[in-house]
Ligand binder design. Structure first.
Ligand SMILES: C[S@@+](CC[C@H](N)C(=O)[O-])C[C@H]1O[C@@H](n2cnc3c(N)ncnc32)[C@H](O)[C@@H]1O
Length: 175
């Protein structure tokens, strides 16, 4: 009996600890330049259509969340790289990727996206707040190589003209 009671207390303690840690990360998230919102299902087809991924290409998702864009890209034959700072979302991406059997095609770096190596990217995905877009535009257009396709969800770059726009998704080419 005392053993079961002890186990129950331990379980409650662990659940509370998990809830506290999760809450802290959710509060931190509110202050990020890129708070977490996953790409909406209804936009995924447009994003993938604009990305035009070819077998063997490299895609980079700047703030990769739970890894949904990485997985969709890997399914199309890409090597998909994510940059993410939230450890819960990194864990979710790893589990998600393993369940899909795509672990060898996806890598998530626990590192700030502002330190991402953009030179390797054939395709870059962006999904962030309007106020972060000027900084993101400068970062990408100064650091990615010519020919890179950039697919932006929701908020367009402030100074560059999109090649195409559909369903709240914007496509750019670096030249
Ligand atoms: C709007 S969500 C996009 C998630 C994913 N790309 C998608 O479309 O489903 C932005 C993500 O960027 C992450 N993030 C915020 N600041 C970051 C930083 N400095 N470096 C890396 N990731 C960051 C957040 O944790 C969040 O998961």
């Amino acid at each position: 009996m005392p053993f079961i009671l002890g186990l129950a207390y331990l379980l409650i303690f662990l659940l509370l600890l998990f809830a506290i840690i999760l809450t802290v990360f959710m509060i931190i998230d509110l202050f990020l330049e890129l708070p977490y919102v996953g790409t909406q299902k209804k936009k995924m087809d447009t994003i993938m259509k604009f990305a035009k991924i070819k077998e063997g290409e490299t895609v980079v998702d700047l703030g990769s969340g739970d890894g949904r864009l990485l997985i969709e890209s890997a399914k199309r034959g890409a090597f998909a790289i994510g940059y993410e700072i939230n450890p819960f979302l990194i864990a979710a991406s790893i589990i998600h990727t393993k369940l899909e059997g795509l672990a060898s095609h996806v890598e998530v770096f626990k590192k700030s996206l502002w330190r991402a190596d953009l030179k390797v990217a054939d395709v870059i995905f962006v999904y962030t707040l309007r106020k972060t877009m000027p900084k993101m535009e400068k970062f990408i257009f100064e650091n990615a190589r010519k020919g890179t396709r950039v697919v932006v969800n929701t908020n367009p770059f402030p100074n560059k003209k999109a090649e195409k726009e559909e369903n709240g998704v914007y496509q750019y080419f670096l030249n």
